[in-house]
Design a protein around this ligand. Structure first.
Ligand code: ATP
Length: 258
């Protein structure tokens, strides 16, 4: 079953400068993401990865083409798509409990049901002991777990993640990748992740989309042979990493505008 369909999407941004040049950010992007598949988007800086996520989230509108989530046309933000941001975007004045509960309360859910769901997801991300803490009392990795729990409680059709672990040091980053695999094993989800890390994409994904430089187009779609079970430094791992590195390195640095 298709969770997400991106069909021939183009995005042109109006000029930000006095020269009046519009920016063709994305061109002819088509993707079909099945339920419970994990997609990663890789590509050079400025190729439109965040723009693609923002279009799927409904924060931006495509110039042409269409996006469907579970068969429904995306025409604005919705609870069927939640986003995890690099900078966590937590509410600093709310406790971990209230940050996680936020989307449920907005839906008007009663407090006993909210408590049941928040307790379950706080445990899922390993924060049961910290529900009374405020974000400033947590490490970066813990804040990102709150952000992931907050995104998951509303049971989105698609979880969108924009470089969620980029602000973490290498050790925490590795830990969060392992956590993500554990969470997805317990709570199957359709995910679209934007990352700059080839290794992160290989470790987490079923499918890796390599984009061209701007205007961002789909350059190659690669299926990971053993999703979430690839062992680093084995020949299969090194081969897929080489393939992706070559694809990205093969993109020349030419700026284009329309
Ligand atoms: N609101 C906007 N108005 C004008 N141009 C924009 C806007 N948002 C993005 N762009 C341009 O669109 C292109 C794609 O930007 P985007 O942030 O999606 O790239 P990215 O691949 O996510 O980059 P990075 O990896 O550096 O985060 C860039 O040239 C950017 O300057």
């Amino acid at each position: 079953m298709l969770a997400l369909k991106v069909e021939k999407v183009k995005k042109i941004f109006p000029s930000l400068n006095s020269k009046g040049q519009e920016v063709l950010a994305l061109d002819d992007i088509s993707l079909e993401v099945n339920k419970n598949e994990f997609y990663s988007i890789l590509g050079h800086s400025g190729c439109g990865k965040t723009t693609l996520l923002n279009l799927i989230a409904g924060f931006e509108v495509p110039t042409s083409g269409r996006i469907e989530c579970a068969g429904k046309l995306v025409n604005g933000p919705g609870a069927d798509r939640s986003m995890v941001f690099q900078d966590y975007a937590l509410f600093p004045w709310l406790t971990v409990y209230d940050n996680i509960a936020f989307g449920l309360k907005i839906k008007g859910m009663g407090s006993s049901e909210v408590k049941q769901i928040v307790t379950r997801f706080a445990a899922l991300v390993g924060l049961s002991q910290f529900t009374g803490h405020y974000p400033h009392q947590l490490s970066g990795g813990m804040r990102q777990r709150v952000s992931i729990a907050r995104a998951l409680v509303v049971d989105p059709t698609v979880l969108l993640m924009d470089e969620p672990f980029a602000a973490l040091d290498a050790q925490n980053r590795g830990m969060m990748q392992a956590e993500m695999i554990r969470i997805l094993n317990e709570e199957s989800k359709t995910v679209v992740l934007v990352t700059h890390s080839i290794e992160e994409a290989i470790n987490l994904s079923d499918v890796i989309v390599v984009m061209t430089r701007r205007p961002g187009r789909v350059k190659e779609i690669i299926r990971v042979p053993e999703p979430r079970r690839m062992v680093e430094d084995t020949p299969a791992y090194l081969e897929i990493r080489r393939q992706i590195r070559d694809l990205i390195a093969g993109e020349h640095d030419v700026s284009e505008a329309v």
